[in-house]
Design a protein around this ligand. Structure first.
Ligand SMILES: NC(=O)c1ccc[n+]([C@@H]2O[C@H](COP(=O)([O-])OP(=O)(O)OC[C@H]3O[C@@H](n4cnc5c(N)ncnc54)[C@H](O)[C@@H]3O)[C@@H](O)[C@H]2O)c1
Length: 250
């Protein structure tokens, strides 16, 4: 088992990539705090884990709200005695319009969840990891954090920010034995891309726009997150691991 007795928080754990990662972490021996803004879906993930004999608990937290995030971290350390891993994964897409037409409120909503949420997750987790003698942080960026794309300026900016913010944390806390990396998925089959799947004209193009010619599954991202979280990645920090089927290369 790669995460035996480790304590891990997974945000956005009620959805595709977060849920697949929570299930995999639990199989690898972690005690998992499944956090999401959606109580029901977080609890469904916990039920899945428990049905396979794993250990998990659900916590409702809005990652854009610093009070919620601080409570999430303190609940975790009170429940399991410490914190070893946080996967800052909660995220949302943006209303797809040209930059000048994007409402300011929509910019704030997306950047608050996708970028400030990652900042808050790290801000409250890092002191607990220092107390523990080290830890691993994985932040969810995106293929779109590396490139331009029409009509998704808030999303792309937030995901580009996650890459740089992860590097900052990596250089500030490396000597405290905390590794910080980003995972950058390409097109993965989850709820967040439902509007793309519903577009009969564009979907065949989007779904094949990578070297492998197919979309990815959440479990394929989860395996990369497990690598970054585990001691297999003991000398890996400050990097962004693309799990995009060769989407950036394409
Ligand atoms: N699916 C893809 O193609 C793809 C590609 C690149 C990056 N990503 C990123 O992967 C991450 C996970 O997304 P997914 O694809 O699993 O989609 P998803 O919609 O299935 O999961 C996202 C989860 O985040 C939760 N969430 C939304 N707002 C929240 C908030 N304010 N606080 C806490 N939780 C909140 C949702 O309830 C949901 O469970 C996101 O950061 C997303 O941007 C996804």
């Amino acid at each position: 088992m790669k995460l035996k007795d480790k304590v891990a928080i997974i945000t956005g754990g009620g959805g595709g990539i977060g849920r697949a990662t929570a299930v995999l972490f639990a199989k690898e021996g972690a005690q998992v705090v499944v956090s999401d803004i959606n109580q029901e879906s977080a609890q469904e993930t916990v039920n899945l884990i428990k049905s396979e004999g794993g250990e998990a608990v659900s916590v409702v937290a809005d990652m854009a709200n610093h009070v919620d995030v601080e409570k999430l971290v303190s609940f975790t350390t009170e429940t399991y005695g410490g914190l070893d891993i946080i996967f800052n994964n909660a995220g949302v897409g943006n209303q797809e319009v040209k930059l000048a037409d994007l409402p300011v409120e929509e910019w704030d909503r997306v950047v608050d969840i996708n970028l400030k949420g990652v900042f808050l997750g790290m801000k409250y987790a890092i002191p607990k990891m220092i107390e523990r003698g080290g830890g691993a942080i994985i932040n969810t960026s995106s293929l779109l954090g590396f490139k331009g794309k029409k009509y998704v300026s808030a999303y792309n900016a937030s995901k580009g920010g996650v890459i740089t913010l992860s590097k900052n944390a990596a250089v500030e806390y490396g000597t405290k034995n905390i590794r910080v990396n980003a995972v950058a998925p390409g097109v993965i089959d989850t709820d967040i891309i439902q509007n793309w799947k519903d577009d009969e004209r564009k979907w065949p193009l989007i779904s094949r726009a990578c070297a492998l010619g197919r979309i990815g599954q959440p479990e394929e991202v989860a395996k990369a997150v497990l690598f970054l979280a585990s001691d297999d990645a003991s000398y890996v920090t400050g990097t962004s691991l693309l799990v995009d089927g060769g989407g950036l290369t394409f």
